[in-house]
Design a protein around this ligand. Sequence first.
Ligand SMILES: Cc1cc2nc3c(=O)[nH]c(=O)nc-3n(C[C@H](O)[C@H](O)[C@H](O)COP(=O)(O)OP(=O)(O)OC[C@H]3O[C@@H](n4cnc5c(N)ncnc54)[C@H](O)[C@@H]3O)c2cc1C
Length: 394
Amino acid sequence: MRGRIDRFVRSRVIPREALLDGGGPAAAEALAELRGQAQEEGLWALPLPEELGGGGLGFRAYAELAEVEGASDHGPAALGSAPLLDVTMLARHGGTAVREAYLKRLVAGEIRTCYAMTEPDVPGTDPFRTGTRAERGPDGSWVVTGRKWFTSGVAGADLVTVMARTGGAPGDREGLSLLLVPTASAGFRVVRELPVLGTGGQYEIEFARVRVPADHLLGEPGDALTIAGERLRLGRTLRCLRWLGQAQRAFDLMCERAATRHGSRGPLADQQLIQSHVFDALLALRTTRPLVHEAVALIDAGRDARTEVGLAKVAAARMLQQVADSAIQVHGAAGLGPDTPLPGLFRTGRAARVLDGPDELHITSVARRVLRGYGRDGSGSGRSSGSGSGSGPE
Ligand SMILES: Cc1cc2nc3c(=O)[nH]c(=O)nc-3n(C[C@H](O)[C@H](O)[C@H](O)COP(=O)(O)OP(=O)(O)OC[C@H]3O[C@@H](n4cnc5c(N)ncnc54)[C@H](O)[C@@H]3O)c2cc1C
């Protein structure tokens, strides 16, 4: 299966990357064609539940495929596994009406969702400061008011999961909830696109008294940080797997270039400073991969994976940035130009160090948790030490 996914991504998705990156009707048509091929070949939605139309693969088994599927940013969408996070969240925390209305359609690729937590006016690393509010009307429905930004993919989405304050005041640790908002609702607006290092896909959005049905609240009022923590741990681990696939791609390109680019002193590969790039990149890849799979195994077993996900997230983001940077260096100007995917891979690596929580948040969270294990109880075990960093959902 891994070989089949790898071939699908390399022979069908990667050649269409430029078209898919461009967006618009041509990209939508290319994506629809790829999805049809994935369905015909039995490669569709492999990690999604069978009863909803997916392939029913468990997370650990899927993790073996996610790296090759994620070698292109478009792989998960083309192969139907992109909704895994949202389907998992809605299946666990959505009420009956939400599950019936959306789950099968999400798995079939008929509708798309996105996630809006970060706001322009408060630090994303401190969700307690969330300014977006949801107020309950007399009929039980919610009225959402606020602004979010860097909401990935919201322009083409049908639903957006929004973190909003349903009780208390900014700064309170209680009173945050998640609501599922249809983007067709009156009062919802995409304010502008926010290009990241020159590429699109992120947006600023506004909720101006958007009315949301009572049953579109996920879990209970006040459950946001628990649900978001669960979602972020799974989401970060999935991203790490995909970043491994992208780094492997940059590494392969670097080695091919080094072996085939000849000067009067022979191939670049004969230069020791080039060999040093290759060694350091391989070391980064090989030391990160087991960390990521350790996080996968703990999540799959339903165990506390906060430390391992934090380690994996920082390691994988740094690793992708480093490997893509080395591959660019070995390519010279060609590595910065339009003829290789390296600029895009580098951009992903750089953004990886900020999105889903910047490096510093994970470093301090993991270190505090580990150090607590060396405290008064004298256990010395970083993993048995308890209840989070105190700085928001990890
Ligand atoms: C490409 C991309 C896609 C994104 N997609 C989404 C999305 O779909 N949905 C969404 O809700 N958000 C999304 N984000 C936003 C992202 O999750 C936030 O940018 C991130 O959580 C950091 O929040 P912030 O930008 O407000 O930074 P701030 O919280 O203002 O932090 C700024 C800097 O302060 C430092 N800092 C913060 N905390 C600590 C600490 N504890 N210790 C030491 N230093 C610290 C770090 O250097 C950090 O980079 C995306 C961002 C990018 C770049």
